[in-house]
Design a protein around this ligand. Structure first.
Ligand SMILES: Nc1ncnc2c1ncn2[C@@H]1O[C@H](COP(=O)(O)OP(=O)(O)OP(=O)(O)O)[C@@H](O)[C@H]1O
Length: 354
């Protein structure tokens, strides 16, 4: 896409689709490929810190388990078995502070299980990991979130029946209404509730969801639901945010907005680790890509090199057997439409299971 097909809106208010202000917005992208291309035009890090992270990573060799200049998360010997099947077997992995790291791999590679383990929603058979210099292995999800690492969840049926604002308030750490002793101090409770509501509305405004605060979460579009998932995670003021398939089921017109939001988090100094099947998104916004297959990390490196790696292509053969993930053939709308249909089918299956 050429530069003259875009409109620069630097300094303009955030547009209605929730795209962060100060970014370059493509006029009505019609396919996910166009939307991602448009996002790529603004993919360069904005803040000095993000530029420094990109520079630091440019000196790191692309090989499995490579040390990072400033790792915020270090994983050692983590294994999770289900019966006789080893879902996760990660020897050593480091995640660079302040970077966007993508975790990719075919269905069943162990990405979600690793997310669950690291964030305290599952327990490993063995292994250690450190976050920001502290061991958080074996801690509960709430304790991990308090330490500064938080993951997004796809909205469940129960959350769909709550309003957008109620969803935000439930996501705040240690909801005061749930604490027995505070229930005896109504003034404290009310003050904290007011502060939490203000904070929730501020975050919702950032994602252009404030006008939807009283709508049921179930009435939101796919893209708006993804924004709400991200907004909920920000209620805990995380240092690191783990996004579970942020692009799944999202209308192409909103992909650009979502990518812009992920980049904005990084530019504010947050570390982002995200699981994603959309290879365009991965290629265009990631500083670093980690590839899993059959529970193991099989490759890692910068997006432009790791996605040409034979191990990566092999890892995907089962899932997208006739798709070359390493070149721009993926920008072909027909290929994209098929991948999107596969993703949509998967989302619908998961929805039915819930
Ligand atoms: N609770 C469980 N009980 C038994 N097996 C499980 C459980 N959770 C995950 N698995 C298995 O572990 C393996 C890894 O699954 P996981 O969901 O982590 O993969 P994934 O890479 O996230 O896949 P996808 O991209 O499809 O979400 C799969 O074979 C899956 O069937």
């Amino acid at each position: 896409m050429s530069a003259d097909e875009t409109t620069t809106v630097t300094g303009a208010p955030t547009p209605a689709d929730g795209t962060p202000s100060g970014t370059t917005v493509q006029e009505t992208p019609t396919t996910a490929a166009e939307a991602v291309e448009a996002a790529a035009a603004q993919a360069a890090p904005e803040s000095a810190e993000a530029k420094q992270v990109a520079r630091d990573l440019s000196f790191v060799e692309g090989r499995v388990g490579v040390p990072k200049p400033d790792a915020i998360l270090t994983v050692d010997g983590v294994q999770r078995r289900f019966g006789g099947m080893t879902a996760v077997d990660v020897d050593h992995l480091e995640v660079q502070r302040g970077a966007i790291t993508a975790l990719i791999g075919p269905n069943g590679a162990g990405k979600t299980t690793l997310f669950n383990l690291l964030t305290g929603f599952d327990q490993p058979n063995q292994g250690q990991w450190q976050f920001d210099g502290r061991s958080i292995a074996g801690k509960s999800g709430a304790a991990v979130a308090r330490a500064g690492m938080v993951r997004t969840f796809q909205l469940t049926k129960a959350l769909n029946r709550l309003t957008v604002l109620q969803n935000m308030l439930l996501a705040q750490p240690k909801h005061p209404g749930e604490r027995f002793w505070l229930s005896w101090l109504p003034f404290t409770w009310a003050a904290q509730e007011r502060a939490a509501t203000e904070k929730a509305l501020e975050i919702l405004a950032r994602f252009k969801l404030d006008t939807k605060k009283d709508d049921f979460a179930g009435s939101l579009s796919g893209g708006q639901r993804k924004l709400l998932e991200m907004a909920r995670a920000l209620m805990t003021d995380p240092t690191m945010i783990m996004l579970d398939e942020p692009m799944a089921g999202v209308n192409p017109a909103l992909v650009q907005s979502l990518l812009g939001h992920v980049q904005a988090l990084r530019d504010e100094g947050m570390t982002v680790l995200f699981v994603e099947h959309d290879m365009h998104a991965v290629r265009h916004i990631s500083d670093w890509v980690v590839v899993m297959a059959e529970g193991r990390v099989v490759a890692e490196g910068p997006p432009e090199t790791v996605m040409q790696d034979q191990a990566v292509v092999d890892a995907y053969l089962g899932a997208h057997h006739d798709t070359d993930l390493g070149d721009d053939s993926l920008l072909d709308p027909a290929v994209l439409a098929r991948l999107e249909a596969e993703d949509k089918g998967q989302t619908e299956r998961e929805e039915r299971k819930r």
